[in-house]
Design a protein around this ligand. Structure first.
Ligand code: FES
Length: 103
């Protein structure tokens, strides 16, 4: 069964920005793009950098350390030096609360 974890209200996540949360003990970066929310594991697969400190552009987040990028939807690498996908988590809004699924 999917375990959904409450991480706040939609207004806690500014449009266009990245925001760190903890769900089930895991560091997760939540991103808002208009009405859509995305969640990625909050550690770059290339090194010790938090994606919640990254820059969001064109549906990808840019790692602050070496500027590799990941697709917000899938966690797939978009730009070198990132070669390995980062884990992506489902996000939903239920009754005004944002929930992230951590299986
Ligand atoms: Fe993220 Fe190098 S640590 S691109």
């Amino acid at each position: 069964p999917t375990a959904w974890h409450d991480v706040g209200e939609p207004d806690d996540f500014p449009d266009g920005a990245a925001w760190p949360v903890v769900a089930d003990g895991l560091p997760i970066a939540v991103f808002r793009q208009g009405e859509e929310l995305f969640a990625l594991y909050d550690l770059c697969t290339h090194g010790a950098a938090k994606l919640s400190d990254g820059w969001v552009e064109d549906g990808c987040v840019e790692c602050p350390l070496h500027q590799g990028t990941f697709d917000l939807r899938t966690g797939a690498p978009c730009k070198a030096p990132v070669t390995e996908a980062v884990r992506a988590f489902p996000v939903r809004v239920v009754a005004g609360r944002v929930e992230v699924a951590v299986a």
